[in-house]
Design a protein around this ligand. Structure first.
Ligand SMILES: Cc1cc2nc3c(=O)[nH]c(=O)nc-3n(C[C@H](O)[C@H](O)[C@H](O)COP(=O)(O)OP(=O)(O)OC[C@H]3O[C@@H](n4cnc5c(N)ncnc54)[C@H](O)[C@@H]3O)c2cc1C
Length: 504
């Protein structure tokens, strides 16, 4: 219900979920004068970008590196509007060191564009025209995105935002809208370049959930270039939780409210208009209904359909049901002594151990290593976090769960031991997260993570819109444009905030 302050009516907004997407939307709306209530089912806000503590170590649950902190970057823009300080951060250089099977020297994705160009020429001779095309598409897409288009448009206002973001230069991207990275590799006769293909598969899987063959070329152009100056990937000091903590501070300063351990059980719809939610206080078991002018769901699109139950529009439900299977993640968190870390270890590494079969299921690991003094480990110690994409289904089948978790843990430690000095003496703490863990702490359906794969059929203009088919119900987070990552979900939050304001 609208509340009244200083004689003015403030529209009431309920945000379901305090992930980075939900919190960003909530903080911006509170700052712009809305009456905001955020409901979070977990004890700690932050979702996939939160942290936990064990034996003096701080572990980032999922996200470990952040894009969009540079001036003009999305976090920078939002924190500036909110008047809150950006977290202290160090640029990652190299952004990632990628080890292909059987190779002892990595492909280093340098932050300096010229250094990265030289590295590519050395690693993938003959591929420069392909990279030049990616560079052109990136620049046009990045400039376009900076003008805040609404994708995909579902309303005349959205369409207008899209049209006004277009420039003659944007048109260079149009012929490539239906191209995948695989198509571009074939066009440049690079499809036989095995190392290049493996490198792209590995890197793209991290950002787009799918390999080079399937990833939309326009999405890949951005994902592969965002780690170079003047953009960049950053390692936050303290932990990833800092991002979320600052947003909560801003929300509360501007009169917004966050209730943790409060689960939204359903969304109410009347005459195709969202009007309220049913809430359960997990501590007391109390259940009640709360009405609102707008409801923002910071959940996966699969969860949104569940929250709507019978009220979910049939076409929408059908589209969600037909989505290709989403990935889960297996993550191992190690607290180690500094002796486990080789000298000059880069902050982020990626390893492919086996060339047979799809990437994931522990045959590749994305690894983040803490740096001395970054607040994640006591002096003389470090954290190593390694993740791999997995099919979530086996983690839910039968009684095999403890054995499967142990098998993945042992395999991951064995793989990591090829690079790190891991022994019973150097390992202080071991813990693992599986799709069941992600389900428990983030409520994401079956523990799926990373959003909708950025295939042609689901990226940008063909993806799920922030504006749902139900009036006043908005979807924020990694199921929507421009996809996963704290930067991506912050764009999605900003879009919804602008849409809500425009609907006044
Ligand atoms: C292993 C892993 C590594 C990653 N690495 C990176 C990285 O390095 N950099 C990067 O930028 N991104 C990374 N990501 C992706 C990034 O973490 C996510 O895309 C992003 O944090 C998602 O934010 P969100 O707001 O969309 O959703 P979420 O983080 O899922 O937040 C949703 C919130 O809603 C709450 N919720 C859900 N349902 C309900 C309900 N019914 N009632 C109340 N509350 C509810 C959940 O508890 C959760 O807190 C990684 C993800 C994973 C899993």
């Amino acid at each position: 219900m609208p509340s009244s302050e200083n004689g003015k009516t403030q529209p009431r907004v309920i945000v379901i979920g305090a992930g980075i997407g939900g919190l960003t939307a909530a903080a911006l709306l509170a700052h712009r004068g809305y009456n905001v209530l955020v409901l979070e089912q977990a004890l700690i806000p932050g979702g996939c970008a939160s942290t936990f503590q064990r034996k003096g170590f701080t572990f980032d649950v999922g996200a470990t590196q952040v894009a969009g902190l540079e001036p003009g970057g999305i976090h920078h823009r939002i924190f500036t509007e909110l008047g809150i300080e950006l977290p202290t951060a160090t640029p990652c250089d190299p952004a990632c060191s990628v080890f292909l099977p059987g190779e002892n020297y990595p492909i280093n994705v340098w932050r300096d564009p010229e250094k990265w160009r030289a590295e590519r020429e050395r690693q993938f001779p003959g591929s420069e025209m392909f990279w030049d095309l990616l560079g052109i598409l990136f620049q046009a897409s990045w400039d376009f995105q900076a003008r805040d288009p609404v994708l995909p448009p579902r309303h005349p206002w959205d369409l207008w935002q899209l049209i006004r973001a277009l420039r003659p230069k944007t048109m260079v991207t149009v012929p490539y809208t239906l191209f995948t990275v695989g198509d571009a590799l074939r066009a440049y006769k690079l499809d036989g370049d095995y190392r290049l293909r493996l490198f792209l598969d590995l890197q793209l899987k991290l950002y787009s959930q799918v390999d080079a063959e399937e990833t939309a070329l326009l999405y890949a152009a951005t994902a592969l270039a965002v780690s170079q100056e003047p953009q960049g990937l950053f390692h936050l000091h303290g932990s990833m939780q800092v991002l979320c903590d600052r947003l909560v501070e801003s929300l509360q300063r501007d009169g917004g409210q966050l209730l943790t351990r409060h689960t939204v059980e359903s969304i109410h719809v009347e005459k195709n208009r969202a009007c309220g939610v049913t809430i359960r206080n997990q501590k007391t078991g109390e259940v009640w209904q709360e009405s609102a002018d707008h409801i923002i769901a910071n959940v996966t699109v699969q969860n949104l359909v569940q929250l709507l139950g019978d009220q979910a529009p049939r076409g929408y439900k059908h589209r969600v049901a037909k989505l290709p299977p989403a990935s889960g993640a297996f993550v191992i968190y190690l607290g180690v002594t500094a002796a486990a870390i080789p000298p000059n270890c880069p902050p982020h590494l990626q390893f492919l151990y086996d060339m047979n079969g799809p990437i994931g299921e522990n045959n590749s690991l994305f690894v983040s290593v803490s740096r001395p003094g970054d607040g994640r480990a006591p002096t003389g110690y470090a954290t190593i976090i390694a993740s791999s994409f997995v099919d979530p289904q086996p983690w839910w089948d039968g009684d095999n769960y403890p054995a499967l978790k142990q098998k993945f843990t042992d395999e991951a430690i064995s793989h990591l031991s090829k690079f790190f000095h891991l022994t019973p003496e150097t390992i202080v703490h071991v813990e693992a997260a599986t799709p069941r863990t992600f389900y428990r702490y983030t409520a994401r359906e079956r523990g799926i993570v990373g959003g909708i794969g950025q295939r042609i059929s689901t990226f940008g203009p063909f993806g799920f819109a922030n504006r749902t088919p139900i009036d006043k119900l908005w979807l924020v987070g990694d199921s929507t444009h421009p996809g996963e990552g704290t930067a991506g979900v912050s764009y999605s939050a900003l879009t919804v905030v602008r849409q809500i304001q425009a609907s006044k």
